[in-house]
Write a protein that binds this ligand. Structure first.
Ligand SMILES: [Zn+2]
Length: 296
């Protein structure tokens, strides 16, 4: 772990293959059964000083290593991307890495397209390979720190990652399931310009102490209206299946980080206009609010 951290802090000239060898070594030692079980001791998430996020680099000598967790469709990419602008660290979405590799003529592209075409999950070693290449490319450009989005997805991936690099903060975005399903079913894409919209107006009243939630629709401009299409995988049974898989495979990842005192639970109070300022507040980054709205 220390070795990897040093590599990331220093702009070393280590080759991609040597970097990957370090990842592979951690990967193999886990495969050989060193420690695959997870302890589930519950401690309070107090060891991460969120207030220091804005001064992370000054305090720690490197930028933050953060992870965004949350159900598919919750908006991880949106919030991770915004936070990456605030903190000045790259937003690395493993889904993007896979798509980029598929579009390239890189050594993994052929193998990947076989896997994806057969509808199989991309194996851990391939994901780790892509991730290490991405981190190394960023490092050579002077990047430090990251916000990971879409990774780790399983306990096994979280364990391997933990053995390779220190993760400082994990933000778990939560949205009640009825709102999440309505949001996924409301997604529309313009078949002409590719614009993303959402026709769902979510307005759930609070009851029995549970807060209500309001999410305004994101309606298309008039010239897109007649060209809206629904992605084939935004059907109710497929959305529910994605949630089932998330609950089975990824929910334990939350506990993995909770037990290590790294998890920040964040209940989305609504759409982006309501949620973004509150997320900054939860991270003690209020002073960035003005800067952001000035940009907008
Ligand atoms: Zn359009």
């Amino acid at each position: 772990m220390a070795v990897i951290n040093r590599l990331l802090i220093r702009r070393s000239s280590i080759s991609s293959s040597a970097f990957y060898a370090l990842f592979t070594r951690s990967f193999t030692s886990l495969n050989s059964g060193a420690s695959t079980s997870t302890t589930t001791t519950t401690t309070s998430a107090s060891s991460v000083s969120y207030g220091a996020l804005g001064l992370w680099k000054e305090n720690k000598g490197r930028n933050i290593h953060a992870v965004f967790l949350g159900c598919p469709g919750v908006g991880k990419g949106t919030y991770a991307s915004r936070l990456s602008n605030v903190l000045g660290v790259p937003h690395i979405a493993t889904g993007d890495l896979v798509r980029e590799e598929l579009a390239s003529s890189g050594p993994l592209a052929l193998k990947l397209s076989e896997i994806v075409n057969q509808g199989q999950l991309v194996p851990d070693n391939v994901i780790f390979n892509l991730l290490s290449k991405r981190l190394e490319a960023g490092e050579s450009k002077g990047e430090s720190g990251f916000i990971l989005d879409g990774f780790p997805r399983t306990i096994r991936q979280a364990e391997i990652l933990e053995g390779m690099i220190e993760i400082d903060l994990v933000v778990n975005l939560r949205l009640r399931e009825d709102a999440l399903i309505a949001k996924c079913l409301g997604r529309r894409i313009c078949s002409q310009c590719g614009g993303n919209f959402n026709v769902a107006c979510i307005d759930i009243k609070g009851e029995n102490g549970r807060p209500g939630i309001y999410m305004a629709p994101l309606l298309p401009p008039p010239n897109c209206e007649s060209k809206l299409i629904t992605r084939p995988d935004d059907k109710e049974e497929i959305v529910k299946e994605r949630l089932r898989i998330y609950n089975e495979m990824s929910r334990p990842v939350e506990q993995f980080y909770r037990s290590r005192g790294k998890l920040l639970e964040f209940d989305l109070p609504g759409g982006i206009p309501e949620s973004w300022p509150k997320l900054l507040q939860a991270l003690n980054l209020n002073n960035y609010k003005d800067e952001q709205s000035a940009d907008a």
